[in-house]
Design a binder for this molecule. Structure first.
Ligand code: FAD
Ligand code: FES
Ligand code: MG
Length: 296
């Protein structure tokens, strides 16, 4: 059992919680995620590790209430316990393995869409703590949906806000904001890290390809076991089959087949769709080693 030690409503329907999970806090790295289960009958909810405190032994999560499981989680209060909190899962962001001297030469921009600001924050904080300047764009439909602005301002070199309805900051989508920075404000970037809804990552990756900016995206397909066995999170990256829970969640945005991922996301929701995927994907439906033979 894992105790909730703090809870905060960041904006409508988006909550931040600190959870006591010393083992996860000890080994968590930026880019990784956990799977939380509210109670013994609860669904498994994958959530990005937003922050961690190794001394206090707590892990921070930020979640949007979109359906049953996240709405149930939002009812939990400080002092309550959740049944399960598994992690850290997935690969850490690739930059934590790179030489700091090389990273210092990079010109990096992080682009967060909506609740994507949660996974972006620990990465930007990591750069700040290692003395490397990075720029950040946070985008949302409207001003009230911008989250973690104050936190991000403390760790980003330049923070740009963009809203689709122009109610705050740049008037337009995050793609328009990046275009404006590069074309009208003489900003130069050689690496973009883009995290948000799949459709936003798709269009951002298309733009950065045109602009010649290397791009990393963090994929959030449906995940069930989080161990590479169930096949739920299968994605195609550079014509290779990958499983986002163990090979990712971060991938080269210029190589991801976003259209396939979005179609899969829709099909996976119905039993009939899952059957269709098994037939279409055959042996690659599950990860090698599962031994189930895909559609068998
Ligand atoms: P449902 O009504 O069951 O589903 C609503 C939508 O959520 C679905 O249409 C689907 O798109 C998505 N979803 C549902 N179940 C899953 C599942 N098992 N795995 C993935 N997506 C699902 N959300 C956040 O708010 N904050 C985060 O930091 C965050 N990080 C994520 C990191 C990863 C690696 C992944 C895979 C997902 C992440 N998500 C995050 C999405 C979050 O897991 C879903 O919003 C949540 O599981 C929805 O559950 P629900 O029962 O409330 O909604
Ligand atoms: Fe099952 Fe990734 S969640 S293979
Ligand atoms: Mg659900």
């Amino acid at each position: 059992m894992y105790k909730i030690t703090s809870k905060r409503l960041l904006t409508e329907n988006i909550y931040l919680m600190d959870i006591e999970a010393p083992r996860v806090a000890r080994s968590a790295q930026p880019g990784q995620f956990i799977i939380i289960k509210n109670n013994d009958k609860g669904e498994r909810i994958p959530l990005t590790i937003e922050d961690y405190d190794r001394e206090k032994g707590t892990v921070t999560i930020v979640f949007q209430t979109v359906g049953y499981a996240t709405k149930e989680l939002a009812k939990y209060e400080v002092g309550d316990y959740v049944e399960d909190f598994v992690g850290p899962l997935g690969q850490p962001s690739e930059f934590i393995h790179e030489e700091l001297s090389e990273l210092k030469k990079s010109k990096i921009i992080f682009v967060a869409g909506g609740v994507g600001a949660a996974p972006v924050y620990p990465q930007v904080k990591w750069f700040y703590e290692h003395g490397i300047d990075v720029d950040v764009i946070i985008g949302a439909r409207t001003k009230d949906l911008i989250i973690l602005e104050d936190e991000m301002r403390k760790v980003a070199k330049n923070l740009y806000i963009s809203t689709d309805d122009g109610s705050y900051g740049f008037n337009g989508r995050v793609t328009d904001c990046l275009t404006d920075l590069v074309e009208n404000n003489e900003k130069e970037y050689n690496h973009a890290v883009v995290i948000g809804p799949m459709i936003m990552m798709k269009f951002m990756s298309a733009l950065t390809k045109e602009l010649g900016i290397k791009t990393t995206v963090s994929l959030n397909p449906i995940m069930v076991d989080g161990t590479g066995m169930c096949g739920a999170c299968r994605v195609t990256v550079g014509n290779e089959v990958k499983f986002a829970c163990v090979d990712g969640p971060e991938f080269d945005g210029h190589l991801v087949d976003f259209d396939e991922s979005m179609r899969r996301q829709t099909l996976y929701k119905s039993e009939e769709g899952r059957e269709l995927l098994k037939i279409e994907e055959g042996d690659t439906h599950h990860r090698e080693g599962c031994g189930c033979g895909g559609h068998n």
